[in-house]
Write a protein that binds this ligand. Structure first.
Ligand SMILES: [Zn+2]
Ligand SMILES: [Zn+2]
Length: 305
């Protein structure tokens, strides 16, 4: 990856996780406070799969009238090329209500994935029972999130540390092998189908933006890009990402967006508090992208606009 240290902050960050994602512990206050301090004026909350944290985010944003808040979500969907992460930006409260069946499906999927992971690791002879997983969740997730979302999967980072501490594995490589063997022992449930989920979200007015696209686009393979643009009903591309879009691909994605009248977004994808002050707004997305994004977001969705 090229010189990330030289990157100036953008005035917007449209990919942020809070503790309402099972693999994140940022609070929305930390994000708003830091954004306000360092001059990131527009942020999107895009927790994994669920919008349970949006009411809290809207409430907290009332104390930061200088920050425009875009309610969103990051959905992993099954597609013709495997699992793809799609950001949905600009969810109104009406959209959130109307999409209840989608949230129900993801809520259940998270529970099923958590159980399958525990069962797979247990099948290999290691004690990662549902009770152990619950204990691990309680060690880093706020109780209010567990009470709403139940026995979700754990974050990779926390699970790896737990497995190392318990002596299941001794390093990152062994951890990866163990997780892969566990997935063979007990297959994990597939992500909800993009063909069903994405049209429903789009119909509610939210913009569909493919997240950290290099893996899905095969770098910048035009056939893949064109195919996914149609299949995923894309409104935009996360052309800039703090870690997962190499800088040389950003102008290529941007040119393709202009060609197809798509928006270009940028985000940091922060999960952990220790990264927030350094990482918020840290992507190479251009300032001129923002007015294009703002013009297409449903205005009723924007908080503090
Ligand atoms: Zn993602
Ligand atoms: Zn993310």
């Amino acid at each position: 990856m090229t010189g990330q240290n030289d990157v100036p902050r953008a005035s917007y960050d449209l990919h942020l996780h809070t503790c309402w994602s099972y693999d994140a512990t940022n609070t929305v206050e930390e994000l708003l406070e830091t954004a306000s301090e360092v001059g990131v004026r527009r942020i999107a909350i895009t927790d994994h799969h669920l919008v349970d944290g949006i009411p809290e985010a809207i409430e907290a944003a009332a104390n930061y009238p200088d920050i425009l808040l875009v309610p969103g979500v990051e959905l992993n969907v099954t597609t013709s090329v495997g699992s793809v992460h799609v950001l949905a930006l600009g969810l109104t409260l009406r959209a959130i209500d109307a999409l209840e069946p989608v949230w129900d499906e993801y809520r259940q999927w998270q529970i099923d994935l958590g159980s399958a992971t525990s069962a797979g690791v247990c099948a290999l002879g290691f004690d990662y029972s549902d009770a152990q997983r619950q204990e691990l969740l309680e060690s880093y997730r706020p109780a209010r999130t567990i009470s709403v979302q139940g026995a979700t999967p754990t974050s990779n980072k926390m699970r790896r540390a737990f497995f190392i501490e318990r002596g299941f594995v001794s390093d990152e490589d062994e951890y990866r092998e163990l997780m892969s063997a566990a997935g063979e022992a007990v297959p994990r449930p597939p992500y909800p189908n993009g063909d069903r989920v994405l049209p429903a979200v789009k119909e509610q007015g939210a913009l569909l933006v493919i997240a950290h696209p290099p893996a899905y686009f095969g770098g910048a393979d035009r056939n893949r890009m064109d195919m996914l643009r149609e299949e995923l009903l894309l409104d935009g591309v996360e052309c800039a990402h703090r870690r997962k879009v190499p800088h040389e691909l950003t102008p290529i994605y941007r040119a393709w967006c202009e060609e197809h009248d798509l928006i270009s977004t940028g985000g940091s994808d922060l999960h952990w508090p220790e990264d927030v002050s350094e990482g918020i707004g840290l992507h190479i997305g251009a300032e001129e992208w923002w007015p294009e994004i703002e013009a297409r977001l449903p205005s009723e969705a924007l908080i503090n606009a």
